[in-house]
Write a protein that binds this ligand. Structure first.
Ligand SMILES: C[S@@+](CC[C@H](N)C(=O)[O-])C[C@H]1O[C@@H](n2cnc3c(N)ncnc32)[C@H](O)[C@@H]1O
Length: 82
């Protein structure tokens, strides 16, 4: 978590408007967000995966990996998520 926070902060320093947040979501916040996703057969699209805390929470809440689409425009964070 510390390494991820450090990476996001570093990227934010380079380009604050594109990264948008100075800190990663906590596991508690990510889990609270993921719990709002209705259970069903549809796809879940996460816009701005960052370092992946919400991605992990969405998967932990039961969305199958093949039903989750994560969009991330920063190449460093995109590689981290793959
Ligand atoms: C505020 S961070 C949140 C990261 C993570 N979801 C979290 O909660 O810790 C926003 C992320 O969205 C990405 N982002 C912002 N605008 C985007 C866009 N239009 N398309 C894809 N990713 C975008 C940024 O690169 C950054 O990684």
């Amino acid at each position: 978590m510390f390494a991820e926070s450090k990476l996001l902060f570093k990227l934010w320093l380079k380009n604050p408007l594109k990264i948008g947040a100075v800190a990663v979501s906590s596991p508690e916040l990510a889990s609270a967000m993921a719990r709002q996703i209705p259970v069903g057969d549809g796809y879940v699209v996460e816009l701005g995966g960052g370092t992946g805390p919400v991605t992990r929470a969405i998967l932990a809440a039961g969305t199958p990996p093949d039903r989750l689409v994560v969009v991330e425009r920063d190449p460093t964070l995109h590689r981290l998520l793959c």
